[in-house]
Design a protein around this ligand. Structure first.
Ligand SMILES: Nc1ncnc2c1ncn2[C@@H]1O[C@H](COP(=O)(O)OP(=O)(O)OP(=O)(O)O)[C@@H](O)[C@H]1O
Length: 597
C-alpha cells in the first residue's frame, strides 16, 4: 500500500505548486464586481485626505501671515475651514469603514462559495487522502484573512498611496529642495523590505502548515473522543496536542520575528529623516526656509511617514496572506476527477440490470490493484449479497457501482449503458446508497429522512418511515418527527440510525439499492425490525448488500464471495454450500454459530 503518501496531522502538507506573483492578478476577478463601490470609497478617501492634509497648510498661513499681520478675520476664516475639513474627514471616514466592511464580507462569501462548491465536487479520494481539519481551516480561517486583506488592506493601501502623493505634492509645492532631502533615505528602506520579504514568505508558509496541523489534530481528536476516553488515552491525546500546539507557537514566533524586522527599519528611517529636516531646516531658517514652512514641513513629514508605515504593514500582510492564498488556490484548482464525460448523457430511467466486465481498480495511482478482473451479472430485481473476509474488496465493488471512484480498467454497465458515459446526477439519483455508518445531519428527524427526496411531503416522509419500520421509535421521541438530532445522530442507537437510513432510501425510491450492512451487534428485537424494514426496501429493486446477516445472505439470489480483490465464487446459498469451497469455509467459521443462536 502507498498509504504513507497520505497526509496526517503531524505531517506538513506539500504544495503542488508554489504561489506565483502573477497569481495576484487572479484576485482581481473577485474584486471586479465591487469596482464601483471601491471607486466610491477611494473618492471618499481622496476627499477625506485632502481635508486632513489642509490642516498643516492652514497652520502655515496662520503663522506666516494671519498672526504677524494680526488679521483676525483671516484667522476666523482659517478656523472655520479647519472645522469644516474635520467634519468632511469624519464623514468620509465613516462611509469608508461601512462600505469596506460590506465589500469584505461579500468577498468572503464569494471566495468561500467557490471553494465550497469545488469541494462538493471533489471525489472521495481527495477526502480519503488528507485530514479534514486541514480542509476546514482553508475554508474558514484562510479565507477570513484574505478577504480582510483584499477589502480593507487594498483600500487602505490605495488610500495611503493617495495620501502619500497628495502630501508629496504639498511638500514639493512648499519647498522642493527640502522635499528631496526628506526622500534621501527611502532607497535603504526598499532594500531592507526586499531582503526581509524572502525570509518572511518561508516563515509564513511554515506557520500555515503548523496551523493546519493543529486544526487537523483538534478536529481528529474531537471526532475520536469516544475512542480516546474509551481507552483512557486522554493524557496521550493532550501530549500529542501539546506537541502540535508548541510547533505552532514556535513557528509563529519565528514568523513574527521576521515580520517585525521591517517596522523598526521604517521607524528608524522616519526618525532620521525628521532629524535631517530639523538639521537642514534650522541651518537655513530665515534664509530659504520660513518658520511656518519648517513647522508645516515637519507636519507633512509625519503625514508622509504614516502612509509609508501603513504600506509597509500592508506589504507584510500581503506576504503573510500569500501563504494562505496558495493553499486556497490549490484547493480551488483541485480538479474533480470523477466528472461527467464531455459527451455524457442522462441515464434513462433504469430497470436495474447491472454488469461488471473485467473491472480492475486501485485506490492509489502508484499502489497495487485493490480489485482484479471482477466480472458478474445482476439481473434487474435481484438481490446480490457480497461476502468475504475483511479487506477483501466488497465495499470497493459497491463504491465503483455508484462511481464514487473511476475504474482503472474494465467497464460497469447498467441496462447495457456504460456508467462512465452518463451524467453523475442521472446515475446517482437512480441509486440508493446506504453506507455502513449512516450519516445523520443536524436538524429534525423529518429533515433527515427528507434528505432522500427533498420535495417529499410530510405525509410521504411518514409513510416511508412506517414502511421502513422506523415509525415506532420515532413516535416515542419527545417531539416525534420534529425532534432535533445532532450531526452524526449521537443521541440515537445504531439500529435506530439504520432504520432512519432505510426510510431515507425508501423515500428516494431508487431502482438500484446499495447497502453496506452494519456489523454492529444489535438485539434480536431490533434485528427483526431491521429485517422487516430491509425486506420492504428490497422489493422490486436490484440490491447489492455487503451482507453480515445470515438471513440476508440466505435469501439472496446470488452470493458473490470476494477474496483478495477477486470474486472467487458465485451462486446461491445451497449451491455454494454444496460446493464445499471458500463460501462453505466462511459459512462454517462465521455463520454457523449465528444460525445456532
Ligand atoms: N479509501 C481507500 N484508500 C486506499 N485503500 C483503501 C481505501 N478503502 C479501502 N482500501 C483498501 O482496499 C482493500 C479493500 O477494502 P474494502 O473496504 O473494499 O474491503 P471490504 O471487503 O469491504 O472490508 P470490510 O468487510 O472490512 O468492510 C483493503 O485492502 C483496503 O485497505
Amino acid at each position: 500500500m502507498t498509504l504513507a503518501k497520505r497526509n496526517t496531522y503531524n505531517e506538513d502538507e506539500k504544495l503542488n505548486e508554489h504561489f506565483n506573483w502573477h497569481d495576484y492578478a487572479r484576485l482581481g476577478h473577485y474584486l471586479r464586481p465591487y469596482s464601483w463601490r471601491m471607486l466610491l470609497v477611494l473618492g471618499s478617501i481622496l476627499i477625506g485626505n485632502i481635508a486632513v492634509i489642509l490642516g498643516p497648510y492652514l497652520m502655515k498661513v496662520a503663522i506666516d501671515s494671519a498672526i504677524p499681520q494680526r488679521n483676525f478675520q483671516l484667522l476666523w476664516l482659517l478656523g472655520g475651514i479647519f472645522l469644516a475639513s474635520l467634519l468632511v474627514a469624519f464623514g468620509c471616514f465613516r462611509y469608508r469603514i461601512w462600505a469596506i466592511t460590506e465589500i469584505g464580507q461579500n468577498l468572503l462569501i464569494d471566495m468561500r462559495t467557490d471553494l465550497f462548491t469545488n469541494l462538493q465536487q471533489l471525489p472521495f479520494s481527495y477526502f480519503d487522502s488528507r485530514p479534514h481539519g486541514k480542509i476546514l481551516i482553508r475554508v474558514v480561517n484562510y479565507i477570513n484573512t484574505l478577504s480582510d486583506l483584499l477589502a480593507n488592506g487594498l483600500v487602505n493601501l490605495i488610500s495611503d498611496i493617495i495620501s502619500l502623493l497628495v502630501t508629496l505634492v504639498f511638500m514639493f509645492a512648499i519647498n522642493w529642495k527640502l522635499t528631496l532631502d526628506s526622500l534621501v533615505l527611502i532607497p535603504f528602506l526598499l532594500i531592507w523590505a526586499y531582503y526581509i520579504q524572502k525570509k518572511q514568505r518561508v516563515a509564513y508558509r511554515e506557520l500555515s502548515n503548523k496551523q493546519s496541523n493543529l486544526n487537523a489534530y483538534i478536529h481528529e481528536s474531537i471526532d475520536g473522543i469516544k475512542v480516546t476516553q474509551g481507552f483512557a488515552q486522554e493524557n496521550n491525546a493532550i501530549h500529542a496536542f501539546d506537541t502540535v500546539a508548541n510547533d505552532n507557537r514556535d513557528s509563529y514566533m519565528r514568523a513574527v520575528k521576521v515580520q517585525y524586522a521591517l517596522s523598526p527599519g521604517v521607524q528608524n528611517i522616519s526618525t532620521m529623516t525628521t532629524a535631517l529636516i530639523y538639521f537642514i531646516g534650522i541651518q537655513q531658517l530665515g534664509v530659504v526656509v520660513s518658520t511656518g514652512t519648517l513647522i508645516a514641513f515637519l507636519g507633512y513629514i509625519n503625514n508622509f511617514w504614516n502612509p509609508v508605515i501603513n504600506i509597509g504593514n500592508f506589504y507584510n500582510s500581503l506576504i503573510t496572506a500569500t501563504a494562505y492564498l496558495e493553499r486556497i488556490f490549490e484547493t480551488m484548482d483541485e480538479k474533480p476527477t470523477v466528472i461527467d464525460a464531455p459527451d455524457a448523457f442522462a441515464l434513462p430511467p433504469i430497470k436495474g440490470d447491472v454488469r461488471f466486465n473485467d473491472v480492475s481498480f486501485r485506490y492509489d495511482d502508484d499502489g497495487p490493484l485493490n480489485l482484479h478482473d471482477v466480472s458478474f451479472h445482476a439481473q434487474a430485481g435481484q438481490t446480490i449479497a457480497l461476502v468475504g473476509p475483511t479487506g477483501a474488496g466488497k465495499s470497493t465493488i459497491i463504491n465503483l457501482l455508484s462511481r464514487f471512484y473511476n475504474v482503472t480498467s474494465g467497464t460497469i454497465t447498467i441496462d447495457n449503458v456504460d456508467i462512465s458515459q452518463v451524467t453523475l446526477k442521472s446515475l446517482r439519483t437512480q441509486m440508493g446508497v446506504m453506507q455502513q455508518d449512516t450519516f445523520i445531519f443536524s436538524g429534525t428527524i423529518m429533515d433527515n429522512i427528507r434528505y432522500g427526496r427533498l420535495d417529499a411531503t410530510d405525509e410521504e416522509v411518514i409513510h416511508a418511515a412506517k414502511i421502513a419500520r422506523a415509525d415506532n421509535f420515532i413516535e416515542t421521541l419527545p417531539d416525534g418527527y420534529q425532534t432535533t438530532v445532532q450531526e452524526r445522530g449521537g443521541s440515537m442507537s445504531a439500529g435506530q440510525r439504520q432504520l432512519l437510513a432505510f426510510a431515507r432510501v425508501l423515500l428516494a425510491d431508487p431502482r438500484i439499492l446499495i447497502l453496506d450492512e452494519a456489523t454492529a451487534a444489535i438485539d434480536t428485537k431490533t434485528e427483526a425490525l431491521l429485517q422487516a424494514g430491509l425486506n420492504e426496501l428490497l422489493k422490486g429493486r436490484t440490491s447489492f448488500i455487503v451482507a453480515h446477516r445470515l438471513s440476508t445472505i440466505q435469501q439472496a439470489d446470488q452470493i458473490l464471495v470476494v477474496n483478495d480483490g477477486q470474486i472467487v465464487e458465485a451462486g446461491r446459498h445451497e449451491d455454494l454450500l454444496a460446493k464445499r469451497g471458500e463460501y462453505y469455509e466462511l459459512y462454517e467459521s462465521q455463520y454457523r454459530m449465528l444460525q445456532a443462536e
